[in-house]
Design a protein around this ligand. Sequence first.
Ligand code: PMT
Length: 332
Amino acid sequence: MGHITLARWADWIVIAPASADSIARLVQGRTDDLLAALCLASESPLAVVPAMNNKMWSNQATQDNINILQSRNIHIIGPASGIQACGELGEGRLVETEDIVTELVCLMVPTKLQGKRVLITAGPTYEPIDPVRFIGNRSSGKMGFAVAKAALEAGAEVSLISGPVHLSTPSGVNRVNVETAQQMYDAVMEDIEQFDIFIACAAIADYKPEQVKNNKIKKTQHSDLKLNLLPTKDIVSTVAQQKIKPFIVGFAAETENVTDYAKQKLQDKKLDMIAANRVGEKIGFAVDDNSLHVFWPSGSQVLPLAPKTQLARDLMTLIIERYDAKDSTKNS
Ligand code: PMT
């Protein structure tokens, strides 16, 4: 039976645009067309995005119907106001598609981070060799920026410390730009005790040149050139050693033995969670899609291949679950 199959299949049902007639039919629980029938048969959450002439919208019948839908926990998105298809001006326009998506995401992701502060690092670091050269890596910042947006959608106040990337800041996120591992360390440690959750997504250089030359190293001066490298400070481990520390989520970028190395890092760096990904040519770094294997001390979950924007939301849902679980153990 088509309407039952669809009713069971959908995670969410969104009616956009929803006419005055569709709204009235939902109120009555009609079953004489597919849409009304599957809405009646489904237990999935339902969102209605009204679009109609402004007089039809403000009519008491429609307003009563909207109130009834809201009392049944059906989400109403919009309408917007402005010039309408009929040429009149007023309330009843369909909300822009992007705004519908944003509102749906806010409804789907538990807004459990209201009042919480989340600090995220993203992108690569550049470790200078001389005024024109540096040691860097392939991180584009896409994953970290997506995580920042997901944290914002979950209701958090979000700060993002970013290495050199070509991405625009998600609106509402407070961004600090840095270049080197030391600058990222300083920016993170500045007021880390103010944050509830720290997500270390940046690909920070593990080593930096011992000396930064004041002038460009000339090719003619050397037949072979050796760079002496010193370790950088491990930021996420330093945060984990603080007396007052946030819930800490690290990332692990590995080319082999992903699971073993990630579990080792979770333990060695004393993290609450670690999100492991395989990296290499056209995997993990810079691409739009990725998958993660997330570990925490008592469990793990695979987040399958998806656009980084979606992956970040799934990761955020998992972080919120583990954060809540840790919080309730602390308070019991
Ligand atoms: O930016 P994209 O192009 O979207 O790519 C995303 C990504 C591949 C960069 C991301 O998914 C990722 O894996 N980020 C972590 C990269 C990394 O440096 O992993 P690691 O295994 O070397 O480090 C482990 C953890 O220690 C990380 O949380 C890292 O931020 C942290 N670290 C590392 C070195 C250091 N000096 N200080 C640190 O805090």
